[in-house]
Ligand binder design. Structure first.
Ligand SMILES: Cc1cc2nc3c(=O)[nH]c(=O)nc-3n(C[C@H](O)[C@H](O)[C@H](O)COP(=O)(O)OP(=O)(O)OC[C@H]3O[C@@H](n4cnc5c(N)ncnc54)[C@H](O)[C@@H]3O)c2cc1C
Length: 359
């Protein structure tokens, strides 16, 4: 139960319409995409950095815990108020403040969704590399909290590699700028401490993110397998051959069937696994890279390799993974070298069926 005087103070800071202590809202905000549950005592929606700072100061003085929240799609319980207290919801901070293709950066507020940023960047010939499958419904603040990756992380890295600067608010209400649009700003580099800290160290109220030029050309391949271990071996062989695809995504039979049943994408229903491999960059070299990937897949007994003829076919091949199905596959970094095929193969004692970003 929240103290009425704190509630009144919060209402003065953000406006009464942006504070809720009702039971219905507490229920709505009591979960995220994990199994964690915990109703907050109140939900506060600040509208800018100053209001966020004032909210944290007021809560700190009243010794009430605060949990930052984007759109609540994380899988680790990070946006649940497990011990009650305040949810500080950042959805009102939803503006793209600056897009600077010539400086290769954009300034955004944390409540902008990943896809909204991508849509704003594409007409300017640029993109933001981290692309979690939840990009339609996850905020950039949440992506920072979770250090999100996605299919592109194989070639381009995860969120921490693309955050240049931040404005953050500490628990006592102090506002701290970190980094800048420059690639090598002076002072301690604390960005990596914040990214992935699940909101436990500070609340991000502004972000400077790296933007990249859209690749000149893209080739997308779908390789079909009768054995999931052959698909996993192909992943290892492609990487060992020195090719760095923009994405390399594997789905096993369970996921293929689930995708096809929900909305067909053209994956063969009798396949044990499919591998989606994409190379991007200057057009001149892509045919060679795609040809080499095809050879390596064929050497691993793939049944068929299809090449997307156009953007529509490419989008269809990607519809499965981007629908957000996730499996239990650990990151490649957690696996002993060369053992990906064993981990991905349930018969070899691996973690079982699913979908796998293959960094
Ligand atoms: C269907 C689905 C597909 C997914 N696909 C991927 C994927 O491909 N790759 C991947 O890496 N992840 C994936 N995820 C998980 C991913 O971590 C989240 O979707 C996303 O990063 C969370 O964003 P959000 O806006 O929902 O944040 P929330 O879930 O609300 O918050 C996430 C964490 O960040 C903190 N936080 C939120 N905003 C701020 C802020 N402004 N300042 C400081 N901390 C903050 C919260 O306290 C919490 O700890 C997926 C999740 C789902 C449900």
């Amino acid at each position: 139960m929240i103290d009425p005087s704190l509630l009144r103070r919060l209402q003065r800071i953000v406006g009464p319409e942006n504070v809720s202590a009702g039971r219905a809202n507490a229920e709505v905000y009591s979960y995220d995409a994990s199994l964690a549950v915990g109703p907050p005592d109140a939900i506060v929606l600040p509208g800018d950095t100053q209001q966020t700072a004032d909210v944290l100061r007021a809560a700190g003085e009243a010794r009430v815990p605060c949990v930052a929240r984007g759109f609540g799609t994380n899988l680790s319980g990070g946006s649940v108020a497990a011990d009650g207290g305040l949810i500080v919801e950042l959805s009102r901070l939803n503006r793209i403040l600056e897009v600077r293709p010539e400086g290769r950066y954009a300034v955004v507020q944390p409540g902008v969704t990943n896809l909204e940023l991508q849509n704003a960047l594409a007409p300017k010939g640029t993109f933001y590399a981290p692309d979690p499958a939840s990009q339609k419904v996850s905020t950039l603040g949440g992506n920072v909290g979770e250090n999100s990756g996605g299919p592109h992380c194989l070639k381009y890295g995860v969120t921490t590699n693309h955050v240049l600067g931040m404005t953050v608010v500490l628990a006592g209400g102090e506002v701290v700028p970190l980094g800048s649009a420059a690639l090598d700003p002076p002072g301690y580099d604390l960005r990596g401490v914040l990214v992935g800290s699940e909101g436990t160290l500070a609340i991000v109220t502004e972000l400077i993110v790296r933007v990249l030029p859209l690749p000149e050309s893209v080739v997308t391949l779908l390789a079909v397998y009768d054995d999931v271990a052959d698909a996993a071996r192909s992943v290892s062989d492609v990487i060992a051959a020195g090719i760095v695809p923009a994405t390399l995504e594997m789905m096993d039979a369970t996921v293929i069937r689930a995708v096809e049943q929900s909305k067909p994408c053209g994956y063969p229903l009798d396949a044990a696994a499919v591998l989606i491999a994409e190379v991007d960059g200057p057009a001149a070299d892509l045919d060679r890279q795609a040809g080499r990937i095809r050879e390596l897949c064929e050497a691993n007994r793939c049944r068929e390799v299809r090449r997307a003829a156009d953007a529509a076919e490419r989008d269809l091949l990607w519809a499965g993974p981007t629908r957000g199905l996730r499996g239990d596959c650990p990151a490649r970094a957690e696996l002993p070298g060369g053992r990906l095929h064993r981990a991905a193969n349930p018969l070899a004692g691996g973690p079982g069926p699913g979908r796998c970003n293959c960094p």
